[in-house]
Design a protein. Structure first.
Lengths: 341, 341
DNA sequence: GTGAAAGCGCTAACAA
DNA sequence: TTGTTAGCGCTTTCAC
């Protein structure tokens, strides 16, 4: 609290200093075009002199808006797609700033309850809206929030209910993997294997379809070139070994950088070097590990900056109660080519 | 806004329902011991029935407190100590929750101005306090905030002014590196090299002193076993090659995982395998890459959860205007032993 | 123990 | 164009 000594300037202070009413000062701030230029300048002067900034609590109370956006932060999963959240958060905060919004972080009491935490913030009118991120397995938050008419935008498609009407932004994993297939095929690879997640993962299957379709499009084989399992290094390693003993693929397209790390290990086990020796590997997420592991893992990078921009755009529409006909955005990722391909 | 249809319950609503005055409801919430048990129960009942939650804006306005803590989020540095922020943020949000606080994120307009952004939040009374994190190169925020008597706690020592009185929490990098020396020496290594940052880095020199002192303590040589440079893979690689051509160390202690990655590369260049073949490597930060790169990089892990807890503790003291005699906490990191040692 | 009155700083609605 | 009035929902006196 600056000037815990000097009490903070208020509308009244400024009004007195400028010789106008409080309302006029308020207008100078919120609808400056209503004031006569000379009055405006006089008020502006007083505002500057006194270093006045409107009190948020008072404004929030009056306007029933906090200009705060809630985001539930999940515990960073060990070894998992970490690093993404960092990038996304920063972009989101940045985009929110442009829109006059701030991001308020909260954590769930019970991590396993996807709804936990939202209600409290909502009931106390602490936030105006939410950004919902953990939609990878169903999205009960969407239904819950929608039922309450709470403005929110999801990062991630409602896989389970493709026709849900709430606004969402997502990355086209399928297209990203397609890009990778193109890249590998262009480099002469024909037996390109898929190392993915279990069938139960919507995202995993979406990415896999990018591989399958593009392979067919280019007339390349896919039979016995696909493996599915957990998002672990160990699985990637085992899967790669099995594939090598079978169809002997020359390239491995992986659903995640984590899995790709396992594949890289398996290739090293065989005494071959990815990138050289005619073996290629591509991952997904462009994690720190991808950038750092020699000779650099080619990886699909999600456009998180763009995601944040779109989310805020949809959020603004929603907050302004502007109806948007089709509030769904899918962004294309890009391929970061490195040494392994 | 839940019940955009049904208007939200307020103190007055609850009071009417319970047949008491607004004041009594307020007391039921804030000083329940003032009420007669039967009255309390009746009020409680009405609160539950109506699903009442106090409005934050109103409370904030009245009490002049927002229970919000501001944290400036910096752009995630390419390849740098990423992943740390994720972990820290989550821990901080968690600890704040226990204390009835929330974390408000903000970004600077001008990233190069370390003070940018603080003032606006402060002047509008949007936050009660700050957590300052980017203190690795001096800390002008501290002086600025202190001058205004703003409650804040820094993550990171005021290296440039060791006697600054503001509260801070830091990790003992020196001790962490000492741990690593012990570990390597216990495994029979004698020529343990240091691969660190430039002399201008306070943190780098602190960590290096952990190596130097512990080496001397154990009577091990350090001459021509130290290299300094940038926080890049490339530097790590070059440094390791140079060291190998010189004193032929059997172990490399690195100031960061990034540098360690370069060292690992150099070792691979020589056709040797870290962990096996009598070469050991230890990094710092326990990043995702450390966990993921085969055979796993031994690394010093910062106790970020503990840091968050201590920060919030100091913050609470500060917010309650409780004077703390020596508000400085240094936490010891731990060593995560993996395949490279 | 409970209630009535006042007011935190702001803006929406209306009057001048 | 400017000023007046009222009140957002809460807590802090201070009577009763």
């Amino acid at each position: 609290m600056p000037g815990r000594h000097r009490p903070m300037a208020t509308l009244a202070t400024v009004a007195a200093a400028a010789g106008v009413s409080r309302q006029t000062v308020s207008n100078a701030l919120n609808s400056p075009d209503l004031l006569r230029p000379e009055t405006l300048e006089r008020v502006q002067q007083a505002i500057d002199d006194l270093g006045y900034t409107p009190n948020r609590a008072a404004r929030n109370l009056r306007t029933r808006a906090s200009h705060l956006v809630g985001l539930r932060i999940e515990p960073a999963l060990q070894g998992n797609a970490s690093g993404l959240m960092d990038r996304f958060l920063h972009s989101l905060v940045e985009s929110c700033k442009e829109a006059g919004l701030h991001v308020l972080l909260f954590a769930a009491e019970d991590v396993n309850d996807p709804l936990d935490g939202y209600d409290a913030l909502l009931a106390s009118a602490a936030v105006d809206a939410f950004v919902v991120t953990d939609t990878y397995r169903g999205n009960p938050q969407a239904a819950w929030l929608e039922a309450r008419q709470v403005p929110f935008v999801a990062f991630g498609r409602p896989w389970a209910e493709p026709h849900a009407q709430h606004p969402w932004v997502d990355v086209d994993g399928r297209a990203g993997v397609g890009l990778a297939v193109e890249h590998l095929a262009d480099r002469g690879h024909e037996r390109i294997a898929w190392v993915g997640w279990q069938k139960s993962s919507y995202i995993g299957e979406d990415r896999r379809s990018g591989w399958l379709d593009r392979m067919h499009q280019r007339g390349l084989p896919t039979t016995r070139l696909s493996a599915r399992g957990e998002d672990t290094i160990e699985f990637g390693r085992r899967a790669a070994h099995a594939l090598v003993e079978g169809e002997q693929p020359t390239a491995f397209l992986c659903v995640s950088d984590t899995v790709a790390m396992g594949v890289l290990q398996a290739i090293a086990d065989c005494g071959r070097r990815p990138g050289a020796d005619d073996v290629a590997v591509v991952g997904f997420d462009d994690s720190l590990a991808a950038q750092v592991i020699p000779p650099g893992l080619t990886s699909v990078r999600q456009p998180l900056e763009g995601v944040a921009v779109e989310i805020v755009r949809l959020l603004e529409d929603r907050l302004a109660m502007r109806a948007v006909e089709h509030p769904h955005v899918i962004l294309a990722p890009e391929l970061r080519v490195r040494g392994t391909s």
